[in-house]
Design a protein around this ligand. Sequence first.
Ligand code: F6P
Length: 358
Amino acid sequence: MKRVGILTSGGDCQGLNSAIRGVAKGLYNKFAKDEIEIYGIMDGYRGLICGEYRKMEKNEFSGILTRGGTILGTSRQPFKLMRVVDENSVDKVKAMKDNYEKLKLDCLVILGGNGTQKTANLLREEGLNVVSLPKTIDNDLWGTDMTFGFQSAVDIATNVIDCIHTTATSHGRVFIIELMGHKAGWLALHAGIAGGADVILIPEIPYDIKKVIKVVKSRNKEGKNFSIIAVAEGAMSKEIAKMKKKERKEALANIKPSVAYKIAEEVEQATGQETRVAVPGHIQRGGSPCPYDRMLSTRFGVAAAQLIIDENYGNMVALVNNEIVPVPLSEIAGKLKTVPTDSPIIQNARDLGISFGD
Ligand code: F6P
């Protein structure tokens, strides 16, 4: 008998349910009916800490391939607080281990982004058998070329830029479109190129506002009455990038309501051109996964099930050079995959005439 727990943690994204389905079907199809039990742990690590879980039935994993969000619920449980005993005197790590033991689990399957992978590694260090899957629209997980959720978010963000294009041209306006991505610029970079943005600002390449303004002005001189600027939510100016870590954190937190509005104000003031902001926000994480993510998350799920069958624990399934492989959690946890500034994608964009404001 194999007893497997499964949880989804951190911000949701498209493809979580298809990944859960992949894990479940991958297991049910390898074991006889009475040889496998799957336990759904509710709302991420919160459910493991509080003991909120239930035995899932096989049919609960059917009909969820195209459904957005997560059938298990999710929550944010910051890694840095995992070892901190909370106000109710709960030792979270001990509670998670106790519930794992109570359920007599052979393995815990964990679907999540950066913080989630760090806690997965902590649980591995504590002696639990874990297998994890890389999810996030930010695509910023070390060890995998691609996370599921990313391509669906790129689709949505690109569609936003497409829609803004038509209104921007009609009105002759500058539009600043702020895209998610946390501290990484993958989403803004991919959607920016796919949507034909004139300027793409990402955290990895600090911008000089004068260069951004120059692009808008020279486009006007060429007779182009509109400009599209795709900005990653974590983008920062050269001045802020130069600051020491603590100062920089404060300066970024003081930009209200967000970087797109600051840039819009500066561009409008310098060019006199009507400037608007569009922030799609959590829409980028919502709805049905695109076919690429259905495929990737399903493959990740089936690969995770195989790792459980092989008792090959302590790994995250990853996409490396188009192959699904296990990567040790100890090697990837806590590392951020940002956009390399010498990435060929950046060079392609530059060759196309896209400005990064540098
Ligand atoms: O990590 C996914 C993400 O959507 C980031 O792009 C964004 O910065 C963050 O989560 C938003 O977090 P929340 O859903 O907690 O507002």
